[in-house]
Ligand binder design. Structure first.
Ligand code: INI
Length: 153
C-alpha cells in the first residue's frame, strides 16, 4: 500500500494572498500569520503577492483572476465576516465560501479558505492569533501541503 502526502516545505512555492479589507483589525493578524508561515517553512517574500479587495464578497472574483493568471501555485483567501443583526452575514459568507470552492475546482489551483465566519468579535480575536490559534497560519499550511500533494497525484 502506498500513502501519498504533501510535506510542508514552501521553498520555491509562489503564493497569492487575496485579502478582504473589511474588519482589517482582525484580518491584518491573519495576513501576518500567513506570511510568517510561508517564510518559516522555507518560502521567500519575493514569491508572495498580496492583493487587497474591499470585503469577503469580492474575494472569489479576484481569486479567480489570480488563479487564471498562472502566476501562483496556491492562493490563500483571508478575511473576516462577523455576524450582525441582519441576514447580510449569511449572504456575504455564503457567496464567499461557495465562490472560493468553485475557483479552486475550476482552475485546479488550490485556494485555501482562511476567511473567518464568526458570530462575535471575541470569536474573531480568538482565531486571529490568540487562544484558538490563527486561521491565517492554519490555512496557509493547508495550501502548502496541498501544493505538494498535487505534485504527486
Ligand atoms: N465584508 C466582510 O469581509 N466582512 C463582513 O463582516 C462584512 N459585513 O458584515 O458586512 C462584509 N461586507 C462587505 C462585503 O464583503 C462587500 O465588500 C460589500 O457588500 C460590497 O460588495
Amino acid at each position: 500500500m502506498k500513502i501519498i502526502e504533501g510535506n510542508l516545505t514552501a521553498k520555491g512555492i509562489k503564493v497569492g494572498l487575496v485579502v478582504g479589507r473589511f474588519n482589517n483589525f482582525i484580518v491584518d493578524s491573519l495576513v501576518k500569520g500567513s506570511i510568517d508561515t510561508i517564510v518559516r517553512h522555507g518560502g521567500s517574500l519575493d514569491n508572495i503577492e498580496q492583493v487587497m479587495v474591499p470585503g469577503a464578497f469580492e474575494i472569489p472574483l479576484v481569486a479567480q483572476k489570480m488563479a487564471e493568471s498562472g502566476k501562483y501555485d496556491a492562493i490563500v483567501a483571508l478575511g473576516a465576516v462577523i455576524r450582525g443583526g441582519t441576514p447580510h452575514f449569511d449572504y456575504v459568507a455564503g457567496e464567499c465560501v461557495k465562490g472560493i470552492g468553485q475557483v479552486s475546482l475550476q482552475s485546479g489551483v488550490p485556494v485555501a479558505f482562511g476567511v473567518l465566519t464568526i458570530d462575535t468579535i471575541e470569536q474573531a480575536i480568538e482565531r486571529a492569533g490568540t487562544k484558538a490559534g490563527n486561521k491565517g497560519v492554519e490555512c496557509t499550511l493547508a495550501a502548502i501541503e496541498t501544493v505538494n500533494v498535487l505534485k504527486q497525484v
